[in-house]
Design a protein around this ligand. Structure first.
Ligand code: NAD
Length: 509
């Protein structure tokens, strides 16, 4: 199925301009690089990239701002985040427009992304009154042992195209509440939404009397990210993107003894047990596998189905895939928008060719869609591929809507297959058997950072910590106690007696 005709690039340019102006951003002009839209695959505006001097200035300014921001009481820092959240609420529709235009997300998911930003602001405002340390029993009489948490410094946020605004807000709302300042290097594919977010934060800072330099935006390519990665003035690099990028960033930050928080690629799987509620499972699987055109880090890429129900489930999924409306992401009927680029489509086609070469059989989808779309736009049918084994291509993350289906006989076998990939982000099991569910969540079960029951792999709430193991990088962001990554702990031993007692009964003098 195809939804309504695509808008023209001129329509999208006008819509982007209107949204930017409503947010308060002057429509950019420059010649260094182009903002583009995957909806038509064409350019929208020319932009200026940050220069080396801009980067240096941002480093100096955010470092100077940190020195005052870290002494501002945390609940007052929270006032800045609260105002940001209010402005995001006011401009929810404009921001969602920009996300759809630049990342190609369907309207409902783009609105969801902005809602996630609002939610994390609410969370961080509460957090600003809840930054706590522990008191630990001391072995010495008349002593108190405690930990205090202090702001860390400048946080460099490097973000990916597919959550062009939410990932920034997860980092920035929490970092600001924690007393850090932020430099943001967004994806070169999504500069317009970045300009809008930066502008709203600057406005919030002005309105609440916070220093403007608590935040800086640097537009441009990875070379700007590399400068942040190598600069010792950046205390924490929070980098979201491919495992390839993390493999470069992690060691470089470690080489200067900086901290990094890596949120990298996933290769997420769901196990479907014989007792599963298939109505619920089909709905969840289609959203997780085909939603966002397969361009979420948590997208469902592998389905591990019990042999007894595999044919039934696959038939139902195939039928659902044939009805997926693909096309204009602004059309309310559309469920699958464009891939980010023709390069992504080439990667998808290449993976399908390899999968077939490795014994895979395509059961649904796989074609290029929208004859009326320009050659540089990339609309693809989500695909289901049945495979006998977890071959090379199945073990890789292809950032496109390909769902590989494998079968299993015992739960041990399913869990072994599940964990036998290099990535460890998100996972789920569909079952009505409590023993199976608990086993999947136990230490012998899923090895991922996110493990769900009777719900898909994607669409996490902000209240929990988000992130994954193995080649996903080990970072945790967003809720729970992820804030600790943005602060440094100090252990304090306070002697309130008048005797010097050494630990471990050491005697000296
Ligand atoms: P990407 O790795 O191409 O780029 C991500 C960002 O890193 C961009 O801003 C880019 O300019 C920058 N970058 C690239 N190489 C760099 C280097 N050597 N030094 C410094 N910066 C560098 O990723 P993408 O295509 O934009 O996004 C898709 C990928 O991101 C997928 O693999 C997806 O799974 C992953 N992702 C992960 C999460 C998560 O939370 N785990 C969330 C979103 C996306």
């Amino acid at each position: 199925m195809t939804s309504t005709a695509l808008p023209t690039t001129e329509d999208l340019r006008t819509r982007a301009r209107t949204s930017l102006e409503r947010v308060g951003v002057t429509v950019p002009e420059g010649t260094d690089f182009r903002a583009r839209t995957p909806i038509t695959g064409e350019d929208l505006f020319g932009l200026e990239a940050a220069t080396a001097a801009d980067t240096e200035e941002a480093l100096t300014a955010t470092r100077a701002a940190f020195l005052t921001w870290r002494t501002t009481p945390a609940p007052r820092r929270g006032e800045l985040v609260r105002r940001l959240g209010e402005l995001l609420r006011d401009h929810k529709s404009d921001l969602a427009d920009l996300i759809t235009i630049e990342a190609g997300k369907i309207r409902s998911e783009a609105l969801g992304e902005v809602q996630e930003m609002i939610d994390i602001c609410d969370f961080a405002v509460g957090l600003s009154r809840q930054l706590y340390g522990r008191t630990i029993a001391s072995e010495r009489p008349g002593h108190r042992l405690a930990e205090t948490w202090h702001p860390l410094g400048v946080v460099g946020v490097i973000s990916a195209f597919n959550f062009p605004a939410a990932v920034w807000s997860w980092n920035t709302a929490v970092a600001l509440a924690c007393g850090d300042t932020v430099i943001w290097k967004p994806s070169e594919l999504t500069p317009l939404i970045s300009l809008a977010c930066d502008h709203l934060l600057a406005r919030a800072a002005e309105e609440v009397g916070a220093p403007r330099d608590v935040h800086r935006l640097l537009l441009g390519d990875r070379t700007i990210g590399e400068k942040l990665v190598d600069d010792p003035r950046v205390a924490l690099i929070s980098a979201t993107g491919s495992t390839r990028m993390g493999r470069e960033v992690g060691p470089r930050v470690a080489a200067r003894f900086g901290r990094s928080l890596l949120e990298l690629g996933g290769n997420n799987a769901a196990v479907v047990a014989p007792s599963a509620d298939l109505d619920l499972a089909v709905q969840a699987i289609v959203f997780a596998a085909a939603g966002t055109a397969g361009q979420r880090c948590t997208t469902l890429r592998r389905l591990i189905v019990h042999r007894d129900i595999a044919d039934t489930l696959v038939a139902r999924l195939t039928a659902a895939y044939q009805k997926l409306p693909i096309g204009n992401p602004f059309d309310d009927a559309t469920l699958v928008g464009p891939l980010i680029s023709t390069k992504a489509l080439d990667g998808m086609q290449d993976a399908l060719t390899r999968a077939q070469g490795q014994g895979g059989k395509i059961l649904a989808g796989g074609g290029r869609r929208l004859a009326e779309a320009a050659a540089q736009a990339a609309y693809a049918e989500p695909v289901i591929v049945r495979v006998d084994k977890q071959s090379d291509v199945v073990r890789e993350e292809t950032f496109a809507p390909i769902l590989y289906v494998l079968t299993y006989d015992t739960l041990d076998e399913a869990i072994a297959l599940h964990n036998d990939v290099p990535q460890g982000l998100s996972s789920s099991i569909f079952t009505r058997d409590q023993q199976e569910a608990e086993l999947f969540l136990s230490a012998e079960g899923s090895d991922c950072g996110i493990a769900n029951v009777n719900i898909g792999t994607s669409g996490a709430e902000i209240g929990g910590a988000f992130g994954g193991e193995k080649e996903t990088g080990g970072g945790r962001e967003s809720g729970s106690d992820s804030w600790r990554a943005y602060m440094r702990p100090a252990t304090n031993t306070i002697n309130y007696s008048s005797r010097l007692a050494l630990a471990q009964n050491v005697s000296f003098l």
